[in-house]
Unconditional design. Structure first.
Length: 442
């Protein structure tokens, strides 16, 4: 077995996109109707991977802490929220059209704002106009102004407008946080790079409310903690960096923002932003709604508006980073083996149960082994094709363990456990199988 070089970055992207389609991670949306630009559906394997990314986040941000609680707020929201948050006025990108080829671009993403990257036209761009990224719709049958609603462009505002509700219901006090995972929608001018930038995507956001004097220390804490989350789930540090924003990049209310960035095939790109937002959000909503959004500290007899530290990550974008980082090829006995070296916690299937042959006598035992494992972990069951091809398929899905039931199994009540990364095989009694596998999947 020898290493072949990791595919160069352009082909890496193509290979991951192809694998995603072929193995059921991500499909182009509405494909039978010719597709719907930059919209994707998550297939049988992708839905598991995406769910595992979200579960890993929820586990670390909510389950493993006693200072964060969860929320699932509505996607449809009234204009008042976006008026107060500033999104109606400021959530815009500068849009330019090329008069020659009619392509549209985000002016701030052009390498040379005087030259069209599509047709090479010089000075062919229109004046930039600010284009609001929010999707606007109408709630109810009448398309009047009174019925206007927006699809949320971020999950964060749901946490701010529920600040008092959560405070009262959970009996938490600052420092404490509200976490949410859910869909967000942005009418991006230039979606692309597979699921990196789409108009419909999923976010994982925490709003962490702290006494003002503790804001800086919590900001630093969350920068460290969030960076480490990606490392712990297997992103190599050579492909990960924390990039503090320059002062001119900062939003007017932010006293510090750092992005966790991943080295995508086309260069560094943001996975998550960690921002010190001050008291901007609660103050805005308090002013606009007339409701008090502050905290009365009985211990010190003082009332204050908590400051907010916000780690805001993209679930779908992060899933793509995990896929790119896990993709590997190596040569095994003259053949190329493709393997997704996903962290076991992220792997769509943890175990594949494979009866060596479809012969009737192996099936009852194989089904018993499957039933033994299913209550513990997500399993695949595959009885078709030669065993070697089935192993390769599981390698491409990132399945950490294959359990093979062969004819000896019927007499020795043992199975062969094959490990994905080393391809080592060990014989394990069925009675010990759960105890053997579970610690290796944590
Ligand atoms: P970008 O600069 O890439 O447009 P942003 O700074 O506007 O992103 P935030 O508003 O900070 O992004 O959102 C937090 C996270 O949500 C991002 O780090 C990213 O992972 C994810 N995200 C934002 N927009 C999209 C999108 N259009 N498609 C997929 N994920 C997105």
């Amino acid at each position: 077995m020898s290493e072949v070089s990791v595919p160069n970055d352009v082909t890496l992207m193509e290979k991951v996109v192809n694998l995603s389609k072929r193995r059921g991670f991500v499909f182009p949306s509405a494909e039978i109707y010719g597709g719907f630009r930059s919209t994707y559906d998550y297939g049988p394997i992708g839905v598991q991977l995406l769910r595992n990314v979200k579960d890993a986040w929820w586990r670390s941000m909510v389950q493993m802490r006693d200072d964060v609680v969860g929320l699932d707020a509505a996607i449809l929201s009234p204009p008042a929220i976006w008026e107060a948050s500033g999104h109606l006025k400021n959530f815009t990108d500068p849009l330019v059209d090329c008069r020659q080829c009619r392509e549209r671009y985000r002016e701030d993403q052009l390498e040379d704002p005087t030259t069209c990257p599509g047709c090479g036209g010089k000075g062919t761009f229109t004046e930039a106009r600010n284009f609001n990224l929010m999707f606007k719709t109408h709630a109810g049958p009448v398309e009047s102004d009174a019925a206007v609603a927006y699809l949320r462009p971020e999950t964060a505002q749901g946490m701010f407008v529920n600040f008092s509700n959560v405070l009262q219901a959970s009996r938490k006090k600052p420092p404490f946080g509200i976490a949410q995972i859910g869909k967000s929608f942005r009418n991006e001018i230039t979606p692309g790079n597979f699921v990196f930038r789409t108009r419909e995507f999923e976010q994982m956001e925490l709003e962490f409310f702290v006494p003002p004097e503790e804001a800086q220390q919590w900001y630093e804490y969350w920068c460290r903690t969030r960076y480490q989350w990606y490392v712990d789930l297997g992103i190599p540090e050579s492909k990960l960096r924390m990039r503090p924003h320059d002062p001119d990049e900062l939003s007017h209310y932010s006293s510090g923002t750092s992005d966790v960035e991943f080295l995508f095939p086309w260069g560094w790109g943001e996975l998550e932003g960690v921002a010190n937002r001050g008291d901007y959000d609660l103050t805005q909503h308090a002013t606009h709604s007339g409701e008090r959004l502050d905290y009365f500290d009985q211990a010190t007899n003082t009332r204050y508006v908590p400051h907010v530290i916000e780690p805001a990550a993209g679930a779908t974008r992060t899933m793509m980073a995990f896929l790119l980082a896990a993709y590997d090829e190596e040569e095994v006995r003259g053949e190329t083996r493709t393997v997704l070296r996903l962290h076991p916690r992220l792997a769509p299937y943890k175990v594949a149960v494979l009866p060596l042959s479809k012969k009737d006598d192996l099936m009852p035992m194989a089904r018993e082994v499957l039933a033994l494992l299913q209550p513990h972990v997500m399993c695949d069951f595959d009885e078709t094709q030669a065993i070697g091809r089935r192993y390769r398929r599981q390698d491409e899905l990132g399945t950490p363990f294959c359990v093979t039931i062969d004819f000896d199994s019927l007499t020795d009540q043992s199975v062969t456990v094959r490990e994905r990364d080393t391809m080592d095989q060990v014989r394990v009694p069925v009675a010990d199988l759960v105890a053997h596998l579970l610690p290796r999947l944590a």
